[in-house]
Design a protein around this ligand. Structure first.
Ligand code: ADP
Length: 485
């Protein structure tokens, strides 16, 4: 990998703690592997609570000076960091694909997407406005100011090794917080590369740390028990989110949670079917089905069901599966064997209950954790795919008759992150977008992620929003000041 990079220094293999590039105190390391090839890329330090505590303390000290700087100065550093990410987009994408497996064009897209949060929140930092409120008594003057909440602990998954961190580091650092992140152990290299560029951009020493660690729960405990951490931001499964929320309760810590989804994708009989197929492909097969906003349940109205199934199967059959570093690859490997096992389990469950495979359905002949992009028909609400997130390249097609039925089935889940539907009737569009109990609704589009809009879920998909002007609020506290004159 190093030989492919224009700037080999971006492949950092030490952790970044309190402004220093270091090994673990006890010298422990763990391996980072390439999921497409199965080979070891390098090892990184396996940090524990002691190093995390040092990073938190450094962040606490560094944020005093950082938060006191004029917002414009912080914005300039963020802008420089953004510029460096874009200038090094190709190297960052190569590192990302090597450790995570997504095709290189998708990795380039993720770097641009991640960088956009650094840019956006640097700009937003200048607009953290407070309020003046008419006093409640003749001698009272009331103002409300917004201040950075304090040191932020961040835990992120492997599916977007750059963007998931950028979405959190962007607002946290821009408003003046210190930021300590623990990237997923599968994908620490993208986080370290970002830190290399952050350091070059002029982030003050200690304000940002990257704790590479295979001991996720230890690091989570340090974040929740260390009194200097005032905010926990997490992206991952609802299951782990619940554990962290319970842990964070002891310190009454503010939490942002981007948790699991089980996105419905509805196709009504008045939809443009070709556009709906394009949207379903984009939503379902991006990152090989491994995103929390991927369509997980595709509901198609009875009159267009067979035609949609045929068109989708044709599109799926044309996907090229392979090593993400090779040209022309549409879908990379799954992240690991467990992911393949879950995909196989969901397909078997559909078949056992009377559904059919109309495309794919098996491990790919190239071996490893590659899997054939799959379309299933005859899928019903009693099957596992209707309640669990598959996180793989499987498109299950459910049939519905009426609009009310579609909305009811779409909402029949504990999750509420993203949803999508295709229709043309304006009355229907209005009713359905209002009826879906989701934080995000894509109407006649399968791609909804952007830094300018508030991303986040309702129900058990999470707490808080990332992106947009709302995205800074999770990292700020309000202070009400009552002045007697
Ligand atoms: P995923 O299946 O996407 O990896 P998880 O919720 O299992 O989702 O993991 C998301 C992140 O949370 C990963 O970085 C993982 O290592 C970390 N993690 C898992 N369990 C814990 C825990 N008990 N405390 C803190 N972090 C955890």
């Amino acid at each position: 990998l190093r030989s492919l990079l224009k700037d080999p220094a971006l492949l950092a293999t030490q952790a970044f703690v309190a402004g220093e590039w270091v090994a673990a105190d006890d010298g422990a390391t763990f391996e980072v592997t390439n999921p497409a090839r199965g080979d070891v890329i390098c090892t990184v330090p396996d940090m524990s609570r002691a190093e995390t505590a040092r990073a938190i303390e450094a962040a606490r000290v560094a944020m005093k000076g950082w938060a006191a700087r004029p917002a414009k100065e912080r914005a300039q550093v963020m802008r420089k960091w953004f510029d460096l990410m874009i200038a090094n987009q190709e190297d960052l994408a190569l590192i990302l694909t090597a450790e995570m497996g997504k095709p290189l064009p998708e990795a380039r897209g993720e770097i641009a997407y991640g960088a956009s949060f650094i840019e956006w929140f640097g700009e937003e930092a200048k607009r953290i406005y407070g309020e003046t409120v008419p006093g409640h008594m003749a001698d009272k003057r009331i103002t409300v100011i917004k201040q950075p909440i304090g040191v932020v602990g961040s835990i992120t998954p492997w599916n977007f090794p750059n963007a998931m961190i950028a979405r959190k580091a962007g607002p946290a650092l821009a408003v003046g917080c210190g930021f300590v992140c623990r990237p997923a152990s599968e994908t620490p290299l993208s986080a370290l590369a970002m830190a290399v560029l952050g350091e070059r951009a002029g982030l003050p020493k200690g304000i940002l740390s990257v704790i590479t660690s295979n001991r996720a729960s230890d690091i989570g405990k340090e974040f929740c028990e260390n009194p200097s951490v005032r905010k926990l931001t997490f992206t991952g499964s609802t299951e782990v989110g619940r554990i962290l929320l319970r842990q964070a309760a002891d310190q009454v810590m503010k939490c942002s949670m981007e948790l699991g989804g089980n996105a419905p994708f509805l196709v009504f009989d008045d939809a443009d079917l070709d556009l709906a197929v394009t949207g379903a492909m984009a939503s379902k097969f991006r990152n090989n089905g491994q995103t929390c906003v991927c369509a997980n349940r595709i509901y198609v109205q009875a009159g267009v069901y067979d035609e949609f199934a045929r068109k989708l199967s044709e599109a799926v059959a044309a996907l090229k599966v392979g090593d993400g570093l090779k040209d022309g690859t549409d879908a990379g490997p799954l992240i690991n064997e467990d992911a393949v096992a879950k995909v196989e389990e969901h397909i078997k469950d559909v078949l056992d209950h009377g559904g059919s495979v109309v495309a794919g359905g098996h491990r790919h002949q190239i071996g490893g954790t590659f899997f054939e992009p799959t379309v299933l028909t005859g899928v019903t609400q009693d099957m596992k795919v209707s309640t669990e997130e598959t996180f793989g390249p499987v498109a299950p097609l459910f049939k519905f008759e009426t609009e009310e039925e579609a909305i009811e089935k779409a909402n029949a889940t504990i999750f509420g992150l993203a949803s999508y539907f295709y229709a043309r009737d304006i009355g229907r569009i209005t009713r359905v977008q209002e009826g879906l109990e989701y934080g995000i609704v894509g109407v006649n589009t399968g791609i909804i992620s952007t830094e300018v809009a508030p991303f986040g879920g309702v129900k058990q998909s999470g707490l808080g929003r990332e992106g947009s002007h709302h995205g800074v609020e999770d990292y700020l506290e309000l202070k009400y000041i009552c002045l007697s004159v």
